[in-house]
Design a protein around this ligand. Sequence first.
Ligand code: ADP
Ligand code: ZN
Length: 191
Amino acid sequence: MYRPVNHGYIEAVIGPMYSGKSEELIRRLKRAKIAKQNVVVFKPKIDDRYSKEDVVSHSGDSMNAIPISKPSEIYDYIDERTQVVGIDEVQFFSEEIVDVAIELADKGIRVIAAGLDMDFKGEPFGPTPKLLAIAEFVDKIQAICSVCGQPATRSQRLINGEPARYDDPIIKVGAVESYEARCRKCHVVYK
Ligand code: ADP
Ligand code: ZN
């Protein structure tokens, strides 16, 4: 998407798992590179789903990224030449990511952040709500519900193939945990 502004700003791309957030982030960053802009991409260190160094989409696109633990580490990798900063899996960062995004945008940088808007319970996830509030542009995208085929807005957590309970711990030893995209109607969270 062409944004007709010549100063910094924040774009957020949000939605459930499989909605194409990483795909869209990569698409925008590739186009910025085609425009010969100076692009730097970050991801949280905890997400090593496929690759420690790359932003990878479920459809196989990838782009090199710098894994960081704390939002303030971003400052170590940018300088006055940086024009675009991409951030994937933004929900895993602390709320400090919002202040960093604001500072970068104020410096004139285009910040593109992608991440989950809701956790598996359907509740707002980490710093994402605040980021949405201060972003200039927000694109909320949908996946396809794995049960009924309608647009999916939520991430269904499954443990051994069954819907997870509201208070199930993050990692269950010996259990097989998986996620799928579901619509509001098919999304199940047992209390
Ligand atoms: P996200 O970053 O939002 O998790 P990705 O960009 O990694 O999403 O992956 C999106 C891709 O995942 C789609 O283009 C499609 O190829 C694939 N995909 C697999 N399952 C689904 C689904 N249920 N709905 C939509 N896309 C899906
Ligand atoms: Zn459904």
